[in-house]
Unconditional design. Structure first.
Length: 61
């Protein structure tokens, strides 16, 4: 599960970077694209989920 989340997170970061510079939607001002914010939110959720799981594992030990 961890490897899948890392790969998904990397994929989201790549799409987010390309969206930030305007590679996908040149008509929208770069950095304000809904695609950028969606990917940023997804990456943040993965980080928060992994941190939550790590804390749960520490409490169980």
């Amino acid at each position: 599960m961890t490897k899948k989340l890392e790969i998904l997170g990397l994929f989201l970061v790549v799409i987010m970077s390309l969206s930030f510079v305007g590679a996908f939607q040149p008509t929208v001002e770069p950095g304000l694209s809904p695609l950028f914010w969606g990917c940023a939110g997804g990456a943040l959720m993965i980080i928060m989920y992994r941190k939550f799981k790590r804390k749960q594992e520490e409490k169980a030990d």
